[in-house]
Write a protein that binds this ligand. Structure first.
Ligand code: F0G
Length: 351
């Protein structure tokens, strides 16, 4: 039978690989584009969710990592390193296993979700908890890759962007053209850079007749691009995007400006409300950072800034299972019952 082959094989002609490149893949990509009924009603638009939590390690990072680890293997690297708020490290650790490489991971102490830490651990990464934030981790990772034989696989590595741009290809391939607006969370700003590159390439080469407006959303306590200056001590419950000095800052501004889009902030409260709405009303369980895209769309809609009738895609970047604390906190607790149908039925209000 046939199955999705992974982003390198599916989009080989648009990626920097040759016939002899040793492709390292977990068959990432090919993720669901799910019509969002409640969001469509709320906005008067046709809203779709690009569910990137359906990737092999549970986030969009796998698209970039198949390229980064493939390129590192082709170059003969024996070890890779990354700084991460959790998802990049989970992905790097898994793909490094496939490639037979050592994976070193630098994470901010106490600020990554348990599921992501578990992934890096179980895949056998060498993990250092750095006494600093993500931005400090990235500085350290760059320094180490400059001075030691270890390849950097953060999105400052341009092949990561190449892999991640395939998400835009998939959306156009599914919808028949680019949407009017593409909405996504912004942290280190690699993903908005990648989508914009993908959309531009497809518009230039024919598969799309146009490009979307790019709408990026940062968490209010970690919104350097919105503020116009680095944030020294970024703070948000959305730990994945707790970043004060994004590496792809300029590229993100270019995506915003060239597309006629925007980059704004959403509060943690708005993020959590959208996180709950996605799970309870759309049936899509994402991690908090992923809900920043939807929170931003709803904020703009509530302010009357979303013209009805448009086609909109929101990327939801990571799987809710990575960080279930927020699902459990504040939710009604399960009720304990004896093995008794009548008692159970009463509690379930069936009778
Ligand atoms: N959503 C999730 C779930 C993420 O993990 C990230 C970034 C983003 C959004 C933002 O994407 O950085 O390309 O703007 N996570 C990185 C990491 C920083 O280390 O896993 P971005």
């Amino acid at each position: 039978g046939r199955q999705w082959r992974g982003v390198i094989e599916e989009y080989r002609d648009r990626l920097p690989v040759g016939p002899d490149t040793p492709v390292v893949t977990l068959r990432e990509g090919g993720t669901p584009l799910v019509p969002a009924q409640v969001l469509s009603e709320r906005t008067g638009c046709e809203v779709h969710l690009k569910v990137e939590g359906a990737n092999p390690t549970g986030s969009f990072k796998d698209r970039g990592m198949t390229m980064a680890i493939t390129a590192a293997k082709e170059a003969g690297a024996k070890a890779v390193i990354c700084a991460s708020t959790g998802n990049t490290s989970a992905s790097a650790a898994a793909y490094a296993v496939r490639a037979g490489m050592v994976c070193a991971v630098l994470v901010p102490t106490g600020k990554i979700a348990l599921g992501k830490m578990g992934q890096a651990l179980v895949h056998g990464a060498r993990i250092l908890e750095v006494e600093g934030n993500f931005d400090d981790c990235l500085t350290l990772a760059r320094d180490l890759s400059d001075r030691y034989p270890v390849a950097l696989v953060n999105s400052v590595n341009p092949v990561r962007i190449e892999g991640q741009k395939t998400a835009a290809f998939e959306i156009v391939d599914m919808l028949g053209d680019a949407p009017d607006i593409h909405v996504l969370p912004v942290g280190n700003a690699g993903n908005i850079t990648a989508y914009w590159k993908g959309y531009r390439e497809y518009a230039a080469d024919g598969p799309a007749t146009r490009t979307p407006r790019m709408w990026g959303f940062q968490a209010a306590g970690a919104a350097p691009i919105v503020r116009g200056e680095p944030v020294k001590e970024p703070s948000t419950i959305a730990t994945a995007i707790r970043i004060g000095n994004p590496a792809s800052w300029t590229q993100a501004e270019r995506a915003r400006d060239e597309s006629g889009g925007l980059i704004e902030a959403v509060t943690d409260r708005q993020i959590l409300a959208s996180y709950r709405l996605l799970a309870a009303r759309e049936g899509v369980f994402v991690e908090p950072a992923s809900a920043a895209s939807v929170a931003g769309l709803l904020k703009a809609a509530d302010e009357g800034r979303v013209e009805p009738g448009q086609r909109i895609v929101c990327t939801v970047t990571g799987n809710g299972l990575k960080d279930p604390d927020w699902a459990v906190a504040g939710a009604p607790q399960p009720v304990r019952v004896p093995v008794d149908a009548e008692a159970a039925a009463r509690r379930l209000e069936l009778a």
